[in-house]
Ligand binder design. Structure first.
Ligand SMILES: [Zn+2]
Length: 278
């Protein structure tokens, strides 16, 4: 088993969060990629996105302990838990209130169950083939604004201004039924919009949870998802992070790989699913 995360920048706290637990009878893991947005934009929250993802991740893990609790229910309850914690002091109606992608897995009672909300990715080695589940609904929101940002060199004031316009629009569309996209924030109902499914445990050898900072490994053409599983399961799993950082450094202006941030937070979890091998 491996879990790891690294911040994208030295001067900003990590907004990715990953947590996992193995026991004799179950495997549970949750990975979150919080959306804090550029510091120029207000959020209405005194706690901040790193606090939000920590609270939400811990609450989800706690609620996943009972195998009778569905993954969607666990997430909905956890979203409600965190909303209660900061509703008193924070304006949860602010469009910039912290939000997060969620990818979670639980292996218990002969099933590997997963849930994906937002553009983090679940990878399962099913019968030797890497199956991937990622929720890309967010990408259809403001695609024109993304294009306007993508053509500008990363690190310039013009790119940052375009990124702010893109994020402001994304924030307005969070959990909007018409033309929007579901994400974990303060609406427990979003949990029921997540992509969910399961595999018989006997068919799944290993799984990985990846934030979009980590799936740059595949998007940048450094390897396939099967390669990512092999690397994360090797003696040197952090080489995946190092290879992504090296690729980012080789393209500082985002000409080869246009992106919102030069370096993004990275998080990954790798879990062997045969309990006797963990
Ligand atoms: Zn708050």
């Amino acid at each position: 088993m491996f879990i790891g995360t690294r911040p994208g920048r030295d001067d900003k706290p990590n907004e990715d969060y990953v947590i996992a637990a193995l026991s004799a009878t179950s495997v549970r893991a949750v990975l979150l990629d919080g959306a804090g947005g550029p510091s120029e934009l207000p959020t209405g929250c005194h706690h901040g996105t790193p606090w939000y993802v920590n609270q939400l991740g811990d609450s989800v893990m706690f609620r996943l302990r009972d195998p009778r609790t569905a993954l969607t229910t666990a997430l909905a309850q956890a979203v409600d838990d965190v909303a209660r914690l900061h509703r008193v002091r924070c304006d949860l109606d602010d469009p910039g209130t912290p939000s997060s992608t969620v990818v979670m897995v639980r292996c218990a009672n002969g099933l590997v169950e997963y849930l994906v909300l937002g553009d983090s990715t679940f990878v399962a080695d099913v019968g030797g083939k890497a199956e991937t589940i990622s929720d890309r609904r967010i990408e259809s929101v403001g695609a024109n604004l993304w294009q306007e940002m993508a053509v500008l060199p990363t690190g310039t004031p013009e790119h940052q201004a375009a990124r702010i316009r893109f994020v402001e629009n994304q924030r307005r569309m969070r959990n909007k039924r018409a033309g929007g996209y579901p994400i974990a924030s303060n609406d427990p109902g979003a949990a029921y919009e997540a992509l969910t499914g399961s595999f018989p445990a006997g068919q799944v050898r290993r799984v990985a949870l990846l934030s979009d900072g980590a799936t740059r490994y595949v998007e940048f053409g450094l390897g396939t998802f099967a390669d990512a599983l092999d690397l994360l399961g090797s003696a040197t799993p952090e080489r995946l992070f190092e290879q992504v950082r090296a690729a980012e450094a080789s393209d500082p202006a985002g000409e080869r790989w246009p992106r919102a941030k030069h370096r993004d937070d990275i998080a990954a979890a790798y879990l062997p699913m045969r309990l006797d091998e963990t």
